[in-house]
Ligand binder design. Structure first.
Ligand SMILES: Nc1nc2c(c(=O)[nH]1)N[C@H]1C(S)=C(S)[C@@H](COP(=O)(O)OP(=O)(O)OC[C@H]3O[C@@H](n4cnc5c(=O)[nH]c(N)nc54)[C@H](O)[C@@H]3O)O[C@H]1N2
Ligand SMILES: Nc1nc2c(c(=O)[nH]1)N[C@H]1C(S)=C(S)[C@@H](COP(=O)(O)OP(=O)(O)OC[C@H]3O[C@@H](n4cnc5c(=O)[nH]c(N)nc54)[C@H](O)[C@@H]3O)O[C@H]1N2
Ligand code: SF4
Ligand SMILES: [Mo]
Length: 700
């Protein structure tokens, strides 16, 4: 029998594609992008286009297993197969034992972006750990600094619809590798360019997107707040801002004007490496060749001052008033638009039942410190799912030291034997999105989708929700909410009385597969020239003051600059530390993997090629390093050995390497041995892009 099932890609990617899966006699035989989906438009990225390779990979984990060799020994030989019953009994027994001795906060859940599906990503798991009274995880590894910065200015995580970029005249891709990380925006950018728009890229690295741009501005990492201030200096100084919009819809313009006056292009140029002339030209082009939109992505906020940088960038369209025009505004994320009934999904109230209070919140970027130093209580049991912390966390040496602790009990629920499963006591097999159902939101568009289950789970794989349902039973938690079926949870998620969900229920999603949020219901959609547009901030901002906040009380009370200022990261070319470690490291993601997902699949490995260090001739020559040499990259946290390329891609003073699986690398390490647990200025975010290193040739 042959059928075609509509699913939605749940990977950590803004595009949340609509996907059609052909199933013949219970086996998936084809995957394609849904041609009717307004953002996917029939094509998938290279990673998911080959998804059958992932689902049916010979390396898929299909059975629960228990460790029989020392931690870190790795490979399947270190484990023996056990039944689900035995595995869940062992976990429940350990959770009880740890809770009795140290309190339930000695248990820590650890998850991130393996799946962004609502049910599998953050529903039954949260309910279970809240009911247990476990520590809570502060999920800060990706976006929390930028979110804090954006919210302080705009009030809500909303942005320009991707479809609107076709109407822009100027598009700035600011720290946004559209072609690599957000490929479904690209056709809209191309359409705009066919109509005469210019694409400008601001990125320290000449990405695929930068190479295709009309104008590429290489910037020194972590200096974006200075650049934004320089642009505002010119825009305000030359009276290019929208005085009417500013007067009506913004707060603190006078303070901002004074601050921007301190950042003339000549001064900004010294920090950013962008010439004063280019800064002036960019400011004028942005403010006058309109509508102008900014696609800013999270790379900008993985610097120590990333929150402030995002604050500054978000002020630009408020100054020019471009939020009023289709094809104007800015997009960081659209995720704030989905008014799901989140408390009902996650049930934080269960904590008061178990613990009597909200349990402690542990910042996931500090996993190294948490596992090695935290006391009162220490973490004695770790449950990892939808995440590969042994590869993706900063300060990997500290993380691995912690994961190696003999007194730590670690469960990992995974699809593959990753860097993290090598440290598990119990490994549980997880389904892929072909094998379970979900409700899918997005962070790069405004469509809600049902992702239907296409095939039966492979082997004994179970989805996240089923694992926590079963574990709750083993723990003797008989709360009804820990038994609810997926469809009940979907109904509950949609049962918010927010107008943007009006008329959207499970039946309709099941029928239509994807539905745009109902912005028309409360007049959030605007008709312009016969077309419907969502212009989230055309008439004001959902901040405490109702205005875009150039001056923010909440910043002031957090001890931060209430306006904006540029403070160089502690690890940057502008800091004292650069005397000891003179090179900035950009520890980037791969275009052909998704963080570390897909990094074990042969076809994508071939497309991506081996990892190497990119270094500029100006830095290579004095170190006697030639193209192809083996080098040691090091700082106080660790070292990595890589082959290097002296190809001029990396700007002077900066080296570049990529995120891979550690155990698949020749040395068994990855780039995160060099990154730090230091947090951003706000939001407790990660600082993967504020890292200093030095490099030396390895002489045979
Ligand atoms: N192919 C692919 N797609 C992905 C991912 C992937 O790993 N691979 N990851 C997914 C994830 S987790 C996320 S969060 C999203 C968003 O992903 P992003 O967070 O946007 O991706 P990054 O590649 O980390 O950063 C984007 C760009 O910012 C640049 N950058 C770094 N530091 C600075 C800086 O200080 N200033 C400026 N101006 N630019 C800087 C980087 O060179 C990079 O080209 O993408 C998702 N999509
Ligand atoms: N150096 C450096 N480090 C980085 C970054 C960087 O740019 N540079 N980027 C950071 C960013 S932005 C992010 S978001 C993080 C991402 O970090 P992670 O969220 O850990 O992302 P992945 O590496 O993709 O690992 C996700 C894992 O979840 C598994 N998985 C997928 N679906 C499911 C499921 O349904 N259930 C279960 N149980 N497992 C599943 C996958 O097999 C995969 O191994 O990495 C961060 N680390
Ligand atoms: S990873 Fe992103 S681009 Fe690729 S299919 Fe999934 S949502 Fe689409
Ligand atoms: Mo991310």
């Amino acid at each position: 029998m042959k059928k075609v099932v509509h699913a939605a890609c749940p990977h950590d990617c803004p595009d949340a594609c609509g996907v059609l899966i052909t199933v013949e006699d219970g086996r998936a035989t084809k995957i394609q992008g849904d041609p009717r989906h307004p953002i996917t438009r029939g094509f998938l990225c290279a990673k998911v286009a080959k998804y059958l390779d992932r689902v049916y990979s010979p390396d898929r984990l299909l059975y629960p297993m228990r460790r029989i060799a020392p931690k870190g020994a790795g490979g399947l030989e270190a484990f023996e197969r056990i039944s689900w019953d035995t595995a869940l009994d062992a976990i429940a027994a350990k959770f009880r034992e740890v809770s009795a001795e140290f309190g339930a906060e000695a248990v820590l859940p650890y998850s991130y972006g393996g799946t962004l599906g609502t049910i599998q990503g953050s529903t039954m798991d949260r309910r279970f750990f809240h009911r247990l009274g476990a520590s809570q995880l502060d999920r800060t590894i990706c976006s929390s600094a930028g979110e804090a910065g954006l919210l302080s200015v705009l009030g809500m995580k909303l942005g320009t619809e991707p479809e609107q970029f076709r109407h822009s005249r100027t598009i700035i891709a600011w720290a946004c590798n559209i072609h690599g990380n957000n490929v479904h925006l690209w056709p809209f950018v191309e359409e705009a360019r066919r109509n005469g728009a210019r694409l400008i890229v601001i990125d320290p690295y000449p990405t695929r997107t930068a190479k295709l741009a009309d104008w590429y501005l290489p910037i020194h990492p972590g200096t974006d707040a200075a650049l934004a201030l320089g642009l505002m200096h010119v825009i305000i100084g030359e009276n290019l801002h929208d005085g009417e919009f500013v007067a009506k819809h913004t707060l603190g313009f006078e303070q901002l004007r004074q601050r921007a006056a301190e950042y003339p292009p000549e001064r900004v140029s010294q920090w950013t490496g962008i010439s004063a002339d280019d800064i002036r030209r960019l400011a004028r082009e942005y403010a006058t060749n309109t509508p102008a939109s900014i696609r800013v992505n999270y790379g900008v906020q993985r610097s120590q001052n990333g929150g402030m940088a995002m604050r500054a960038i978000c002020m630009l369209p408020c100054l020019t008033g471009s939020w009023q025009h289709p094809g104007g505004g800015l997009q960081l994320s659209t995720s704030g638009a989905y008014p799901l009934n989140r408390d009902a999904l996650k049930r934080p109230d269960l904590m008061s039942m178990s613990a009597g209070h909200a349990t402690r919140l542990l910042n996931m970027n500090k996993l190294g410190d948490i596992l090695n130093h935290l006391d009162d209580p220490p973490v004695r049991a770790l449950f990892v799912y939808s995440c590969n912390p042994a590869a993706v966390c900063p300060d990997r040496n500290a993380v691995v030291r912690g994961l190696s602790r003999p007194d730590l009990f670690t469960v990992v629920h995974e699809q593959f034997m990753t860097d993290t499963t090598d440290y598990a006591d119990i490994v549980l097999p997880a389904t892929t999105f072909f094998e379970h159902k979900d409700l899918q939101t997005a962070y790069g568009h405004y469509f809600l989708q049902i992702s239907d289950q296409a095939i039966a789970p492979l082997g004994e794989a179970r989805c996240n929700a089923n694992v926590f349902r079963a574990l709750a039973q083993k723990m003797g938690f008989d709360d009804e909410c820990l038994k609810e079926a997926d469809d009940t949870i979907i109904d509950m998620a949609l049962s918010s009385d927010h107008p943007w969900l009006e008329g959207i229920d499970r039946d309709r999603l099941q029928r239509e597969h994807f539905v745009r949020l109902n912005f028309a219901a409360n007049g959030s959609d605007k008709m312009v020239a016969g077309e419907n547009f969502f212009l989230p901030f055309a008439n004001g901002f959902p901040t405490p003051s109702g205005k875009a906040e150039f001056y923010s009380e909440s910043m002031a009370s957090a001890g931060l600059d209430p306006v904006i200022s540029f403070i160089p990261p502690v690890e940057s070319r502008h800091s004292e530390n650069s005397k000891r470690y003179p090179l900035e490291l950009l520890a980037r993601k791969c275009d052909n993997f998704l963080n570390t997902s897909f990094a074990n699949l042969p076809l994508l490995q071939r497309m991506e090629g081996q990892n190497y260090l990119e270094i500029h001739p100006q830095d290579a020559n004095p170190r006697g390093i030639r193209d192809g040499d083996a080098v040691r990259v090091f700082n106080s946290r660790g070292e990595l050995r890589l082959e290097c390329r002296v190809d001029g891609a990396a700007q002077p003073g900066m080296v570049v390497a990529r995120l891979h699986w550690a155990k698949l690398s020749p040395t068994g390490h990855n780039v995160n041995v060099l990154t730090s647990q230091r947090l951003t200025d706000m939001g407790g975010g990660s600082t993967f892009y504020s890292v200093l290193v030095d490099v030396e040739a390895i002489r045979p």
